[in-house]
Design a protein around this ligand. Structure first.
Ligand code: MN
Length: 737
């Protein structure tokens, strides 16, 4: 009976692919006759050799190499890699020899299959044991490091085995899942092959922690159901705005992987609701500049959560990942992460290093070329590993650095709480400190190892229990620490801390001068002089965008190379573009300080539905009989109108007046809530009218509607901020009628 069931879903419920399916996949990008023939020959040979053999899960053995090759073709791997995927088990499991493979398929395929066979044999001697030894892992790494294509095939092999674990005993399932997390997902991560990494992690977790896995799955499904409406609304709104700005884009939403949620909940102690990026919106656009434009628009429309903005475009992750991340509060109070990237960045984010050498027919492709390309990319990759460029070197240096941090990760040290920290051979207590946390590293003064007090340069060995002593008054990292630390991550942190201290010690004026000089030379190329530049960079919006208090702080940051003068110019260009085209004379009309392109002499009024105020992005709507009505640019009432004129607030607003804005405040109801809201408003000298409050019975929440009178958008932000300081108030927003 059980056998019957297994036959129904012999592939762990995954769809099984035929060779025809595989062909369909690679025919799209492999056009050469020779390449196609190589793969087909490899398939026929593997099929013949594995004939009559079945997997534990019941299907013919050839199914496994087909699936491995299918995963490789999804990464757009070249013919030699796919052929190796099809043949990867033949030398180990059949009478085929490496020499025969070399004769029929050439050196590359032979070398890859040979390496895979050796890795397999290393394990064979241990097959009866459940636990794998660190030494085995080291050998596996080294075997794979010879040719990156070996890693790819090995990862695909392991992924398919994980997908079909159901047929094995629970002990084997757990051992293979654990080994995948210890060995293979770190490699996939380091090479940026996210698709394989995340699927492997989720599958491993499913076998190692089945209950937690199910629990998270449940929470995710609930959240998705609850959020469906909110998510759709947010996506529509963003799409509308981006259309309006004529920026090319496509949008996806993505759910955080189960394993990353597991780590946040069970390793870092977050509750499910504290994980902000469970649901994320991904906006994929054309150019890098588009990415920053979109970011600007998103931040102008939604309140970003402080400290959550990350610019991985300017500072890619060591595995080449590039994207902008920000977290925003949507109109209905839900929190979403927004990821912004180009198509190419998206490809790299999904398949990492595989994206960089994915098979390209047009480039006179051959196997040597493929390998050369890999090394070139790895060379580039290495520059990110040792971020501050210690010394330039060859691909061997890169491999050495990589082996040091990952491939040799075979010392396992325990924290007093029993957590295992993986370190390379020769790593010291200082490396351990930085592995725990950057702050622990920066404030480290000593350590205890197995209860004895030791200095920071003590070399650790497997089984040591280590605790770091920190002091807030520690003088912090110095150049000597660079000798003590062995891991490149610790070295990078130490260099950063030293650079940061040097930048802040008395040399701030120097930094400001340098930063201003750099900016000036960039600005002058754009025809902007020093006076105008200082003025532009003193603008409140610019300062708040870069989260600095003054233009001098901004210059100091430029000296620290982030942001670059060009990035600032790009940002300002976005703003300039939005003001374009240059408008005609100011229209003195009904006291509305708005200039309308082509609207000279026409009556202008402010829309009652969206109540625009200075600082808002606005457009002019040509009404029938009531002149031009100024709306907020994102007002849905004019979203589909073709009678719009560009408009802007006059630089000189004249006598500063106040404008009515309709707002809604959300709060948990309590006695004196309204009184406290009114007191807060009057302390800010804000007048309000038409105040209405109603209670939502189900949850004792209270919605307060009112009209406040403010001079501009910044003041309004300030009002919302003050109101959120009132006990019980959790949100406030403008209303569009
Ligand atoms: Mn295999």
């Amino acid at each position: 009976m059980a056998e019957e069931e297994k036959k129904l879903a012999p592939n762990g419920g995954y769809p099984m692919h035929t060779f025809e399916d595989l062909k369909e996949l690679y025919y799209v990008y492999i056009k050469s006759e020779a390449g196609r023939k190589m793969i087909e020959d490899a398939y026929l040979l593997a099929k013949e050799k594995h004939d009559g053999v079945f997997r534990k899960s019941g299907e013919p053995y050839i199914q496994h190499p087909i699936e491995v090759a299918y995963i490789l073709a999804q990464l757009e791997a070249g013919p030699a890699t796919i052929a190796s995927g099809l043949l990867h088990d033949t030398v180990e499991d059949t009478d085929l020899t490496v020499d025969e493979i070399r004769k029929r398929f050439g050196d590359d395929v032979a070398l890859i299959v040979d390496s895979l066979t050796k890795i397999q044999r290393m394990k064979l001697s241990k097959r009866k044991e459940i636990d794998f030894e660190a030494e085995d892992h080291r050998k596996i790494f080294l075997g794979m490091a010879r040719d990156v294509r070996v890693i790819l095939v090995k990862l695909a092999d392991r992924l398919h085995n994980l997908r079909t674990l159901d047929a094995l005993s629970p002990e084997r399932q757990k051992a293979i899942a654990q080994e995948s997390l210890d060995v293979f997902t770190p490699i996939a991560h380091r090479l940026g092959i996210y698709t394989i990494q995340s699927e492997m992690e989720d599958l491993s977790l499913k076998y190692l922690e089945p209950e937690k896995y199910r629990k998270i799955l449940e929470l995710l499904n609930q959240r998705e159901e609850n959020r469906q409406g909110s998510l759709t609304a947010l996506k529509k709104r963003i799409a509308d705005i981006l259309f309006e700005h004529k920026i090319p884009f496509r949008m996806e939403s993505r759910v955080k992987s189960i394993y990353s949620i597991y780590r946040k909940m069970f390793k870092k102690g977050y509750t499910f609701d504290e994980i902000y990026d469970v649901l994320a919106i991904r906006i994929i656009t054309k150019t890098e500049i588009n990415c920053y434009e979109i970011l600007g628009i998103i931040h102008a429309t939604y309140k970003p959560i402080p400290g959550r903005f990350k610019d991985y475009i300017a500072m890619p992750k060591p595995n080449m990942y590039q994207s902008l991340h920000t977290t925003i509060v949507s109109g209905d109070g839900n929190i979403y992460e927004v990821q912004i990237r180009t198509e190419e960045m998206d490809k790299v984010a999904e398949t990492g290093i595989a994206a960089h050498w994915r098979y390209k027919e047009s480039e006179n492709y051959n196997a040597k070329e493929e390998q050369r390309d890999i090394e070139e990319k790895l060379h580039w990759f290495r520059d990110f590993v040792s971020m501050s460029g210690e010394q330039s070197g060859s691909a061997e240096d890169f491999m050495a650095a990589l082996s040091n941090d990952i491939f040799n990760a075979n010392v396992y040290v325990f924290t007093p709480m029993g957590k295992v920290i993986e370190l390379p051979t020769g790593a010291t207590t200082l490396d351990f400190a930085y592995k725990i946390h950057t702050k622990v590293g920066d404030q480290a003064v000593g350590a205890t190892v197995n209860g004895a007090l030791v200095p920071l340069n003590t070399v650790l060995k497997t089984g040591d229990v280590c605790e770091i002593k920190t002091s807030k008054t520690s003088p912090g990292p110095n150049l000597g620490w660079l000798e003590i630390a062995k891991t490149s991550s610790a070295k990078a942190h130490i260099k950063k801390a030293i650079a940061k201290r040097e930048a802040s010690e008395g040399t701030k004026e120097e930094a400001i001068r340098k930063g201003r000089e750099w900016c000036l030379s960039a600005f002058e190329k754009e025809g902007i002089g020093p006076g105008e530049m200082d003025k532009m960079l003193s603008d409140e919006k610019v300062l708040s965008y870069y989260r600095v208090a003054s233009k001098d702080d901004l210059y100091a940051q430029v000296a620290g190379k982030s942001p670059t003068p060009q990035a600032i110019l790009d940002y300002l260009n976005v703003r300039r573009e939005k003001r374009k085209p240059r408008l005609g004379k100011a229209v003195q009309n009904g006291g509305v300080p708005v200039e309308i392109d082509g609207g000279e002499g026409v009556m202008i009024s402010l829309a009652k539905c969206c109540t625009p105020i200075p600082g808002d992005h606005i457009v002019g709507f040509v009404s029938k009989g009531k002149g031009i009505i100024v709306h907020r640019a994102n007002c849905p009432n004019i979203a589909h109108s073709n009678r719009l004129l560009s408009a802007k607030w006059r630089d000189d607003l004249g006598v500063v007046g106040t404008y009515p804005v309709d707002v809604e405040i959300y709060a948990n109801d309590r006695p004196n809530l309204l009184a406290d809201i009114l007191v807060t408003l009057s302390s800010k000298n804000i007048v309000c009218s038409d105040l209405k409050a109603h209670l939502i019975k189900e949850n004792m929440n209270c919605v307060v509607e009112m009209t406040v009178y403010v001079s501009d958008a910044l003041t309004l932000d300030d009002v919302f901020l003050a109101l959120k300081g009132v006990r019980g108030v959790y949100d406030g927003r403008r209303v569009i009628h």
